[in-house]
Write a protein that binds this ligand. Structure first.
Ligand SMILES: Nc1ncnc2c1ncn2[C@@H]1O[C@H](COP(=O)(O)OP(=O)(O)OP(=O)(O)O)[C@@H](O)[C@H]1O
Length: 210
């Protein structure tokens, strides 16, 4: 069953096209790993899919409300504890169970610590635990393993596997191999928007890619 499909999608940054002509579909139970060199447009694509910025052209088959987006700034409330953060998100998403998320991301021992006192990797684990309480079927993840140690990467990969086994889907921009058998790789390099041949936009275009 196709869970997400994208047709003729073009995305932009700073008003200029970054990627164009994107067509792909992701089935329930499968993941799509988004690859490409720095600056190619991975973050821009994921932000567009998650509804944080408008597409320049094309269509996305499901609404942002079906997706849970996680990026570098995870929207953590710094003065709230780990448990309070998850309880807050569980109420926002009208789900209840935070204990499995605490367990899955190895956060039980940190449950009463304020989010601001966590290390970078621990904050990242809390951000990923948030995904688990959203109850949303499509995870859209921008470099989810940054700051994670090997053990935490393995915990994260397991959480993704469980999500996929439950019929979910994940789109993941990452430079590392997560060892996910259910994942297909999409390299964005061929979809780079062509720079304008000439004219006033050219200078602005070059500037946007510096
Ligand atoms: N605020 C901005 N205004 C204009 N252009 C921007 C802005 N932010 C980023 N860009 C440009 O948009 C392009 C796409 O950036 P994006 O962050 O999507 O790339 P990325 O593939 O996620 O890169 P990385 O692997 O380094 O995270 C880049 O060339 C970048 O320089």
């Amino acid at each position: 069953m196709t869970m997400l499909s994208v047709e003729g999608l073009a995305v932009s940054r700073g008003g200029l096209p970054v990627l164009e002509g994107l067509d792909f579909a992701v089935e329930a139970g499968h993941a799509l790993v988004i690859r490409g060199p720095n600056g190619v447009g991975k973050t821009t694509l994921l932000r567009t899919l998650a509804g944080l910025q408008p597409a320049l052209a094309g269509s996305i088959s499901i609404p942002p409300e079906s997706m849970a987006y996680a990026a570098h700034s995870d929207g953590l409330k710094s003065t709230l504890s780990v448990r309070e953060n998850l309880t807050f998100w569980a109420s926002v998403y009208a789900t209840h169970e935070i204990e499995p998320a605490l367990e899955r991301m190895n956060l039980r021992g940190l449950a009463d610590r304020a989010a601001m006192s966590l290390s970078a990797g621990q904050k990242r684990r809390l951000g990923l635990a948030r995904l688990l309480v959203t109850g949303r079927p499509v995870w859209v993840l921008d470099e989810p393993t940054v700051s994670l140690d090997t053990a935490s990467v393995a915990l994260f990969a397991d959480a993704v596997r469980t999500h996929l086994a439950g019929g979910g889907t994940a789109l993941i921009a990452t430079h590392i191999d997560l060892g996910l058998e259910e994942a297909r790789v999409l390299d964005l390099t061929p979809f780079k928007a062509k720079p304008p041949e000439e004219g006033g936009l050219k200078g602005a275009f070059d500037e946007a890619f510096l």
